[in-house]
Design a protein around this ligand. Structure first.
Ligand code: ADP
Ligand code: S3P
Ligand code: MG
Length: 170
């Protein structure tokens, strides 16, 4: 949370002239309710079920030609990691816990952080999720000391380099 997935995803989709989806928005549209409401009524489990359904449906309907920003917890389920690996070039936007805390502090739309100690929560989630992101990612991009436009340019360059390497080695 706060790595910049939604912000950077939108920027790179514009630069690449591709459609952009934010999985949280897909979940909200399907549910006709926002994420805090889903967590309140259905708990995290209910949200995760909706998240997997939404990911599977985007992966199935999309021809692999769009940019998808996921929610931060997408790597928690093995099923989701398999879908990502099989259908996408996955970019892990790395942000330190300090940056995550700073960037998420302006919004109260993340139910998991509506606790007395969001820093401790982010730290705990980071310890579990960072290795899972590294396992599933094609590219890892560091975001801490960069503005969104500069992160987006770094992602675009890394994708171009990766695709070029893929064509020269195949
Ligand atoms: N590289 C960055 N540097 C500074 N602020 C950023 C950066 N990336 C995103 N932000 C800001 O942090 C907040 C959270 O970004 P968001 O894209 O919603 O993250 P995520 O979708 O990963 O939770 C937003 O206010 C956004 O403008
Ligand atoms: O990390 C998580 O478990 C979550 C991250 C959120 O998305 P962002 O990572 O875009 O904030 C959203 O999916 C939900 O609040 C749960
Ligand atoms: Mg987001």
């Amino acid at each position: 949370m706060g790595a910049g997935k939604t912000t950077i995803g939108r920027l790179i989709s514009q630069s690449m002239d591709k459609d952009f989806y934010d999985l949280d928005k897909v979940i909200e549209d399907n549910a006709g309710a926002d994420i805090p409401w889903i967590f309140e009524r259905e708990g995290e489990d209910g949200f995760r079920k909706r998240e997997t359904q939404a990911l599977a449906s985007v992966a199935q309907s999309d021809k692999g030609d769009s940019v998808l920003a996921t929610g931060g917890g997408i790597v928690m389920r093995e099923e989701n990691r398999d879908i990502l690996r099989e259908n996408a070039l996955v970019v892990y936007l790395y942000a330190s816990v300090a940056q995550q805390l700073y960037r998420t502090s302006k919004s109260n739309h993340r139910p998991l952080l509506q606790t007395g100690d969001p820093k401790a929560t982010l730290k705990k989630l980071f310890e579990v999720r960072d290795p899972l992101y590294r396992e599933v990612a094609t590219l890892v991009i560091e975001t801490d000391s960069r503005h969104p436009r500069s992160v987006a340019n770094k992602v675009l360059d890394a994708i171009k380099r990766h695709l070029k390497e893929e064509t020269t080695t195949s």
